[in-house]
Design a binder for this molecule. Structure first.
Ligand SMILES: NC(=O)c1ccc[n+]([C@@H]2O[C@H](COP(=O)([O-])OP(=O)(O)OC[C@H]3O[C@@H](n4cnc5c(N)ncnc54)[C@H](OP(=O)(O)O)[C@@H]3O)[C@@H](O)[C@H]2O)c1
Length: 351
């Protein structure tokens, strides 16, 4: 097993033993899609907190949010923002995280970062709590939250790996625009209205028109013709599952949907499996919800706002000796980012 690979999820690192039960929590990027959802999730789940600090750019300074009955004013993110903070949740760009996560860690905070910056750093655990919470070591100050498309994939892959061993995985994603941040939501909305009204429109967040269109490019291209997003799914899945040689490939597509990502997943296993056992074990997996009927399946509009990873269209695929195909849907801002980060924080605080 790799140092940061899958460990039993019950095998809890003891970082949390050093954390107070009522920590000071900071959210950097608090006004963004992920940051504001982390605030919602902390509130909904009644995460104990003695003080909350909301940090964003100077454009948002002074905005007021309600949290646990108190009004909290947004402050400008700066070098001094993390003094006295126990847990720092980051919903900032890779560039900002690269600058401020080390500052927060040095100030003593345990940092949970949603950006891609630290994910493949061998010294940083990349964590989906249901799969590899045990990969967090006692002295870890930086924990990376995986890419949204990876988070909804690996808990399912872990179940199949335990049943029959993963031999080959092929993923095609149908990713919503919210995965690209709040400006991208405005772009889909604005373009949709403009197309209806036969007006000119802006095109900034994506490489092409996104209204009424699917774009088979997310993030920049690598030299091998894959996109960076596709290699995030490949490399992060290998790291989280502790399977560095896993044969896995991905095609990532942006679709004109506001929230939630869907994935069509083909899995070839090493060993024979009983389809009923696959459905039963997936149904029992924490955070996974299964639709087992042939004619019922999860969809993006109804997964939005929910916590679970929804799986449907589970079927034996006879194109190979031991094959399985399925459809996986989850709210990318929630389980794909904010909820996953807060679940890590909760277990660190609660342990
Ligand atoms: N959206 C998703 O589904 C998703 C999923 C997984 C991971 N992620 C990752 O999570 C991170 C945040 O994504 P997002 O979608 O929430 O982006 P977003 O909606 O664009 O929010 C960005 C946040 O960063 C703040 N910010 C921007 N410039 C700043 C500056 N100079 N100083 C301080 N704060 C600044 C913004 O504050 P202002 O409002 O003041 O500008 C805002 O709070 C990214 O690294 C992204 O890749 C996103």
């Amino acid at each position: 097993m790799l140092p940061n690979g899958a460990g039993p999820s019950e095998e809890i690192g003891n970082t949390m033993k050093k954390l107070t039960k009522t920590p000071v929590i900071a959210i950097a990027g608090a006004t963004g899609l992920v940051g504001s959802e982390m605030l919602n999730v902390l509130e909904e789940r009644k995460v104990p907190c003695s003080e909350l600090r909301l940090l964003a750019s100077k454009d948002s300074a002074g905005e007021v949010y309600k949290f646990q009955g108190q009004e909290v004013e947004v402050e400008v993110l700066g070098d001094e923002s993390f003094e006295g903070v126990d847990v720092a949740l980051f919903g900032t760009s890779a560039e900002l995280s690269s600058m401020y996560v080390p500052i927060a860690a040095k100030a003593g905070a345990v940092c949970i970062d949603n950006s891609s910056f630290f994910r493949m750093n061998p010294d940083v655990p990349l964590v989906v709590p249901e799969v590899n919470f045990g990969s967090i070591k006692p002295d870890d100050k930086i924990i990376a939250n995986p890419n949204c498309s990876t988070i909804q994939l690996v808990p399912v892959l872990k179940v199949i790996d335990d049943i029959a061993g993963l031999k080959h995985v092929v993923v095609s994603t149908y990713q919503s625009v919210s995965g690209a941040g709040k400006a991208a939501l405005d772009e889909l909305w604005g373009q949709t209205l403009a197309v209806f009204n036969q007006q000119q429109f802006e095109q900034e967040a994506f490489q092409h028109q996104i209204a009424f269109n699917c774009i088979p490019q997310i993030d920049v291209f690598l030299e091998n013709g894959f996109t960076k997003e596709e290699f995030k799914i490949i490399n992060e899945s290998r790291k989280i599952l502790g399977l560095p040689l896993l044969r896995i490939t991905a095609t990532a597509v942006r679709v004109p949907v506001f929230y939630s990502h869907a994935e069509s997943v083909f899995i070839e296993t090493e060993r024979a499996f009983d389809l009923d056992v696959v459905v039963k074990k997936l149904s029992k997996a924490p955070g996974v919800s299964v639709r087992s009927g042939h004619d019922e399946y999860p969809m993006q509009f109804e997964a939005t706002g929910t916590d679970d990873i929804h799986v449907g269209r589970i079927r034996r695929d006879e194109s190979v000796e031991h094959g399985l195909s399925m459809w996986i849907v989850a709210d990318n801002v929630r389980k794909g980012a904010a909820l996953n980060a807060v679940q890590i924080a909760e277990r660190l605080i609660g342990g």
